[in-house]
Ligand binder design. Structure first.
Ligand SMILES: Nc1ncnc2c1ncn2[C@@H]1O[C@H](COP(=O)(O)OP(=O)(O)OP(=O)(O)O)[C@@H](O)[C@H]1O
Length: 439
């Protein structure tokens, strides 16, 4: 299937069939109807519980019924096939896969905004759970009301509303929803908190929910300040050649570790664990060369500069460069490129893309050195290395293949986008590529 172009007037709602997202979908339909918008309800079948088929059936039935009543709704759904390995948290793996699937479904239906049914009680629970795991301020901040990631705006319009408001809304409109039995299952920490701790807590401290949500908001502000401070510090600690570790240490433990934590996250795309950070801090004192192996990749200190090397590239750099690969992208959608540890996504765009014929047969190559990239019309082509530095593209976003058309012209560079020399004329049908590393 060819991906859909961004359609104005389409909004998506993540619809599990549970009480909160049912209420949110219904409220959205009423507003959308009045404004002439279309709503796509996105349902993810996790494939984990026998009941999941019933939930999907319920969601279908409900959307069909609403549609017959004249509400502007379409249901889009997909089934996940989760790959769990020993030690994985089912909840965490399912959540990550759910958000990826929601993003994909939303974009396929031309929606760039996805509404989620989280409310203030969820926020207060998240704060408590993070505190019980010993989380830092970023975790304690919980869920933002708005966040934009990879072309999708995630909105939680009810994040500051107590659950009781939503319960009252559901009763008022007689809405039908499914009860997730896993919510009564003590296996998961959140459910344990909900079933056993929360009632006692609120019984003893009636303001607990609002107070914890306020504490999360404070943590959010503190986290934003730490991020801003790290940005200031990193401007002089990393000139594109790597992080100057000894200069970082001279900032002192708290500030230096903050800069190091943010640097690792920006380079790798993953939050470093407390133990990795601790090891790095302890073992880098007075040292100018060393390697730290991490599940996500490798941190290499060389001549006092720390650099990040992703798992696939680390393996490839040990075992020589990956061979050139020929592919056809004409089917569109997502095309896995296993040797490179990721996938190419083909997306229809209004401008800045290439004509369909150029994707019919492409060649994927590693960087050889000397490649040039042009980032826009009227800008000169420049060396890839310079472009990466100018665009502050983190190393983990640079690790996919360079994509060339059949005539050998560079079309796409991971992290930088489509080469302007290959762009199609505005107004003509065109597509762009995105590189998605495997988690
Ligand atoms: N299987 C799913 N399909 C689509 N969206 C989902 C799914 N699970 C969760 N969501 C979205 O994430 C939000 C929060 O997830 P959470 O697990 O707290 O919800 P839930 O208890 O399953 O359902 P609800 O929030 O609808 O009562 C939901 O309100 C919904 O917007």
């Amino acid at each position: 299937m060819k991906p859909a172009a961004a359609a104005p007037g389409v909004v998506a709602v993540a619809y599990s069939g549970g009480r909160d997202s049912t209420a949110l979908l219904f409220a959205t339909l009423r507003v959308a109807h009045a404004l002439g918008l279309r709503v796509v309800a996105l349902h993810i079948h996790h494939g984990l519980q026998a009941k999941a088929d019933d939930w999907l059936r319920h969601c279908r039935k409900q959307c069909d019924a609403w549609k017959r009543q004249g509400w502007p709704v379409t249901l889009a759904w997909t089934r996940l096939h989760l790959h769990l390995t020993a030690g994985d948290s089912v909840e965490a793996v399912a959540r990550r896969a759910r958000y990826q699937a929601l993003r994909r479904l939303a974009l396929e239906h031309g929606a760039h905004t996805v509404l989620l049914g989280h409310h203030r009680t969820d926020q207060a629970e998240t704060f408590l759970l993070q505190a019980l795991r010993g989380g830092g301020v970023a975790g304690l901040a919980g869920m933002p009301v708005t966040a934009t990631r990879e072309g999708v705006a995630w909105l939680r319009p009810w994040r500051n509303r107590p659950r009781s408001d939503i319960e009252a809304y559901v009763v008022q409109h007689g809405l039908a929803y499914v009860d997730d039995e896993s919510n009564a299952d003590d296996r998961f920490a959140r459910n344990l908190l909900r079933q056993q701790v929360w009632p006692a807590l609120v019984g003893a401290f009636p303001q607990a929910e609002a107070a914890l949500a306020d504490a999360a908001a404070w943590a959010g502000e503190a986290s934003a300040c730490l991020e801003a401070l790290a940005t200031l510090d990193l401007a002089s600690l990393d000139d594109g050649l790597g992080l100057d570790v000894q200069a970082c240490r001279r900032l002192g433990t708290a500030r230096g570790r903050n800069a190091l934590r943010v640097w690792i996250r920006r380079m790798s795309g993953h939050r470093p664990s407390a133990s990795l950070l601790e090891r790095l801090w302890q073992e880098s004192a007075g040292v100018s060369a060393r390697r730290w192996d991490w599940a996500k990749g490798e941190l290499r200190l060389y001549r006092g500069r720390l650099s990040w090397v992703g798992r696939v590239v680390a393996a490839a750099s040990e075992a020589r460069a990956l061979p050139a690969t020929h592919l056809s992208l004409k089917g569109g959608g997502i095309v896995a490129v296993p040797g490179w540890g990721g996938a190419l996504r083909v997306e229809r765009v209004r401008e800045g893309g290439v004509a369909w014929e150029r994707l019919r047969r492409v060649e994927l190559r590693g960087r050889q050195g000397g490649e040039q990239f042009q980032s826009g019309h009227g800008r000169p082509p420049r060396a890839l290395k310079k472009q990466f530095q100018a665009a502050a593209v983190p190393a983990w976003q640079r690790q996919g293949p360079l994509v060339y058309d059949a005539a050998g012209h560079l079309l796409f560079v991971p992290g930088l986008g489509m080469d302007a020399r290959a762009w199609a004329t505005p107004g003509r049908p065109q597509w762009r590529l995105l590189w998605e590393p495997l988690a």
